[in-house]
Design a protein around this ligand. Structure first.
Ligand code: BES
Ligand code: MN
Ligand code: ZN
Length: 492
């Protein structure tokens, strides 16, 4: 497990296998960012090396240089920042540059010091966070020992800076848990196996959390027809898990609800193989929620948080849900199942209803909910919807700090009638056009009265099939965890 620490010496004096420096793109060629932290002969050597290697300073360009004079580290790794600016580099740029550098060093350095331009607390956090993300290896395939990473701060080494790096270490390690869970194949992470992992992680955590599990019998008794209906086609029955962190004197209480479909075949609207193949990651929302609650507890934030993990497997069988079935949700609302592949909103509806009953101050749900989110916003930007402008602005601000791209989308009131059903209180889907929005409009029905609520559709950003870039690995990205922790921290 990677450990992240604040470097105790200035960049030239850090003893490490590799010292990471930023290279920015300028009109006259690449320039070493924060060059003032190194002695002149080191800067000259690196400038010459950059020229020889034909470096440009573009994002994801990484090169390792040895024999740099005036530097204690055994090598210097140049990582591209993109365009040089007068202003400080933003969190996204720093995360990318740090992440790309660290990924290139997996198995090639035991100790790494990262000296990217980080003149304030927010940039130190971004560098630390990106570096941690770059070290990711799936727990079952980790082939190389992970490096120890130190962050060279440009903002001094005071208590606040030290705390920021320690915080990034906690968030990074919990995001890694989410990524491991998302990567686990569905046969190794059924709803019940997920529950067991939750219990194990909570037990092993130094923080105090409690876990409560509803099995299929408890869910049926509680009238949770949404999650029961989705899970009834599987031999691996559904579970609703709540993980609670309730510190004394909490300043607020927050409910986080995660979609946890351990596999989404589409049910009797079977997905074609291309679409089905990656559907083990349809539990990314639940994994994110678990990770965020653990991180918040381990950071000891003075905010009560309950994570709701809506776990089910969407399969076909003699007992699977049929198109046209009508089920009764926890709230008593009846729903016509037009499409067994629109299962996420059914498990979330019950989860959000249960969460609302505890009267949290605010509620967020996070889900790989619709392909239409990807149609609208692509692979890297999540859709953010909700019922309260001020709360949405707060979530968006948290996402900005976290370096996770999110765009606010509307929930148009007059689209609600497209969910009218002749046989039930509501249908759970409308036409494909605007499908991200009508999914959100459906979910809004399960928000308790007066609770500010935000809905994050991260179908695209939660999974990266194309290849690693910056701080984002291939496959499970852990997208969302950092935003959720930032959001909770905004109440601390
Ligand atoms: N899990 C999928 C959404 C998804 C698609 C996530 C691609 C990640 C990548 C969800 O359950 C689903 O199947 N949604 C349907 C909604 C439709 C039936 C209203 C979809 O996207 O087609
Ligand atoms: Mn589906
Ligand atoms: Zn799904």
């Amino acid at each position: 497990m990677t450990t992240l620490k604040l470097a105790t010496r200035p960049a030239p004096a850090v003893a490490a296998d590799a010292l990471v420096m930023g290279l920015a793109k300028d009109a006259e060629g690449p320039v070493l960012a924060g060059a003032d932290v190194l002695p002149a002969d080191a800067v000259a050597h690196l400038a010459e090396a950059a020229k020889t290697l034909g470096l440009k300073g573009s994002p994801d360009e990484v090169a390792r240089v040895v024999g740099v004079p005036g530097v204690t580290a055994k090598s210097v790794v140049l990582t591209g920042l993109g365009p040089a600016g007068d202003a400080a580099y933003d969190g996204v740029v720093l995360r990318r540059a740090a992440g790309a550098a660290l990924r290139s060093l997996i198995g090639k350095a035991a100790t790494v010091a990262v000296a990217l331009p980080a003149p304030d607390l927010a940039s130190v956090t971004a560098v630390a966070d990106g570096a941690y993300a770059g070290t990711y290896q799936y727990e079952r395939r980790a082939s190389a020992a992970e490096p120890t990473v130190t962050v060279v701060s440009g903002a001094g080494r005071g208590a606040a800076v030290k705390a920021a790096v320690e915080r990034a270490d906690v968030v990074g390690s919990r995001r890694r848990l989410a990524m491991d869970l998302i990567t686990l194949p569905a046969n190794l992470l059924t709803p019940e196996l997920f529950v067991q992992r939750v219990k194990r992680e909570v037990k092993a955590s130094p923080a105090k959390l409690t876990v409560s599990v509803m099995d299929e019998a408890a869910l049926a008794k509680a009238g949770c027809g949404g999650i029961i209906g989705v899970g009834q086609g599987s031999d691996n029955p559904p579970r609703m898990v709540s993980v609670t962190y309730r510190p004394a004197g909490a300043k607020a209480s927050i409910a986080l609800v995660g979609k946890g479909i351990t596999f989404d075949t589409g049910g009797y609207r079977l997905k074609p193989i291309e679409g089905m193949l990656t559907m083990k990651h349809d539990m990314a929302g639940a994994a994110d929620v678990l990770a965020a609650v653990l991180a918040v507890a381990e950071l000891g934030l003075p905010v009560a948080v309950t994570g709701w993990l809506c776990l089910a497997e969407n399969m076909i069988s003699g007992n699977a849900q049929r198109p046209g079935d009508v089920v009764t949700m926890r709230t008593g609302m009846t729903v016509e199942i037009l499409d067994p592949d629109a299962e996420g909103r059914m498990v979330l509806g019950d989860g959000m209803a249960l969460a609302s009953e505890k009267k949290p101050d605010v509620m967020v749900d996070i889900a790989t909910l619709t392909g239409m989110q990807m149609t609208a916003l692509g692979r890297r930007i999540a859709g953010l919807m909700g019922n309260d402008e001020a709360f949405l602005a707060r979530v968006a601000a948290a996402a900005e700090v976290a370096g996770e791209a999110m765009w606010v989308m509307p929930l148009p009131r007059d689209y609600r009638s497209s969910l009218d059903s002749p046989v039930a209180d509501i249908a759970h889907k409308a036409e494909a056009w605007g499908g991200m929005l009508t999914a959100g409009i459906f979910l809004a029905e399960f928000v308790g009265a007066g609770i500010p609520w935000a809905h994050i559709d991260m179908a695209g950003p939660s999974w990266n099939p194309l290849g690693a870039y910056g701080n984002v690995p291939k496959g499970a990205t852990g997208y969302g965890v950092t935003t959720l922790v930032e959001l909770v921290e905004s109440y601390a």
